[in-house]
Design a protein around this ligand. Sequence first.
Ligand code: 3HC
Ligand code: NAI
Length: 694
Amino acid sequence: MPALSQSVSLDRRGRVAVLTVDNPPVNALSQHVRQGLHDGVKQAIADRDVAAIVIACAGRTFIAGADITEFGKPPKEPGLHEVLALIEASPKPVVAAVHGTALGGGLEVTLACHYRVGDKGARFGLPEVKLGLLPGAGGTQRLPRVVGVEKALQMIVSGDPIRADEALRYGLIDEVAEGELAAAAVTFAERGVSEQRPLRKIRDLDAKLAAARHTPELFANFRKSVARQTRGFRAPESCIKAIEAALSLPFDEGMKRERELFLELLASPESKAQRYFFFAEREAAKIPDVPADTPVRDVKKAAVLGAGTMGGGIAMNFANAGIPVTVVEVAKDALERGLGVVRRNYEATASKGRLTPQEVEKRMGLITGTTDFNAIADADIVIEAVFEEMPIKKEVFARIDKICKAGAVLATNTSTLDVNEIASATGRPESVIGTHFFSPANVMKLLENVRGAKSSKTTIATAMALGRRINKVPVLVGVCYGFVGNRMLHQRGKQAEKLILEGALPHQVDRVLYDFGFPMGPFAMGDLAGLDVGWRIRKGKGEKSAVADTLCEMGRFGQKTGAGYYRYGADRAATPDPEVEKIIVDVSTQMGITRRPIGDDEILARLLYPMVNEGAKILEEKIAIRASDIDVIWVYGYGWPVYRGGPMFWADQVGLKALRDRMLEFKRATGDPFWTPAPLLERLAADGRGFTQS
Ligand code: 3HC
Ligand code: NAI
């Protein structure tokens, strides 16, 4: 095939010129792709023997968007707009042939074509919003003209792709291809030429916009419907504004407005953070000493030990992924209780219309409950989720060591115990690893995989691959108390407690974190998780927490008892409680603390800087492989707002020198060694570097 650039070639099939993009892995619109498309279309237009043009892709997918690595660098000619204008203005019909995913700039390429043919499995979307952007090559102007304003709003603001059948229904594609895609697209193009079908330029369509002009309240309603999930993000509102422009302005003016809004977003801190995070998430899959081709164990059957809060949720993950799972409990009643909760969870999902009753039964059918440990003999992975006590864990691991087949991965869901000590209870520590799920385990995306000193590469690779298969985001960490996430959270918790004793109130502290972008603050989170959990742990260790202990002694365990740091009504809405305020003030007095007003800025710094400092220690101890892994953990495990990148990225934006200096100020003011900056933080601050951009 004659090559036009390093990634685009031009081929002829009868009267049809076929331009094929081949830019692995995802055919992103790098400069040479744009150049190749530009030159190819020009050449085909000039060639008198060519009657129509097909744009297709080699490899696993159609064009998945602009090349994100080019963002923020000086633009290189030709620009995407120029290429799209050339395609749309072509006097010969241009047909896009889509397989895999046509995303972002990729879908925009197809929208500049006159027709679109899609493979049965193809998906179509404008995911720019997930990068803090909006579709910047006409997507906000063309998509509503094709699928209607409401559908365009939904697709562009959610960023979620739709499938070929839905795309056909909405007129986004003209045909679902049967058989070989390129051949089907060529036939489609040939037919168009024979029938002298007029060129359909989306820019000239108005019917679907006109329909929406009669319902101007549509935008206000849409804004209201997405307010909750888009809180704090910048891009969704810009997406909506750009679509409004499609209705109120002529096409070329609308394109200009889209461009302005796009450039604003491109320069925004939110988009910078979200683009950073896109790569951070993918980076987390890479483990320097466990190469991508490390053999993994094929998990055909799984087992979970313990059907409590975590065990049930973990089992659901396997069933959701179609993997049969055996759940083992000590007693029949505990087993029935646990599986009952699982069934109720599925039925709740079904009642919201997100699962059919048949799917509920199918998933329940993949879960087998038993009290017989021998039933796990043929499992490829066993995940232990029994009580958090070392003697029990060791006894369980010694037992399963005798039962499980050779090569099976033996995983523990411990949240605080030493994985190496647990592994030592077996004769095969190389097969042991921590798989730390987050509660609720069937919902939370994060999976902290904890590498023991002796975990083998295959064990690690299997736990990582399995994490992805059950739709989690796995991040590999090392053994230490609390691993990465909870270890950092603990530092935040210590300051939260101090802040309320020094003068702040729980709702002020919580509001500061909520306004920062967290779904909730530490006190609301404590109430949700149950204050009795920490109380029991403290009692075991002989530790105290004056306010929390008093609340627990009063039976205020949080949401489950209708009261904790807050009071809860029937709707589970939290209301600040004067009774709690009095307890806090009394404790301050007893401790000889003079309460003072504390500003939001101090609250934020005192809650978040210690986390960053702990993150620095974690990095230095090599508990996390890289700073961006810590960020992935916080975004997926603790609700850190993704538009702030994660704690380590955020710290870099604050500036490590400023952060270190503020810590030293706190240290001077309190004399508390807690505020001693970690050596890595000191070094980076002194060198003017950052955690994520050193
Ligand atoms: N630019 C540059 N690199 C990209 C990329 C892009 N648009 N999309 C993916 N990649 C890279 C990834 O970083 C990864 O690199 P690595 O192997 O070195 O880690 C590699 O391609 C494979 O990606 P995934 O691991 O994500 O592969 P999957 O098969 O799981 O997923 C995908 C494929 C669904 C295409 C997914 O990569 C994806 O969602 N990509 C981003 C799509 C997107 O956001 N497009 C819009 C871009 S912005 C735009 O188009 C602006 C325009 O409106 C002007
Ligand atoms: P849980 O108390 O709700 O459930 C534990 C279950 O294990 C009980 O049903 C119990 O009957 C069963 N069990 C006890 N000994 C057993 C044995 N020898 N064999 C089989 N089953 C046995 O506890 P939860 O909260 O589910 O915690 C389980 C593990 O997960 C602990 O290690 C915990 O630290 C960890 N974890 C808990 C999180 C949470 O939010 N609850 C979060 C992350 C990890």
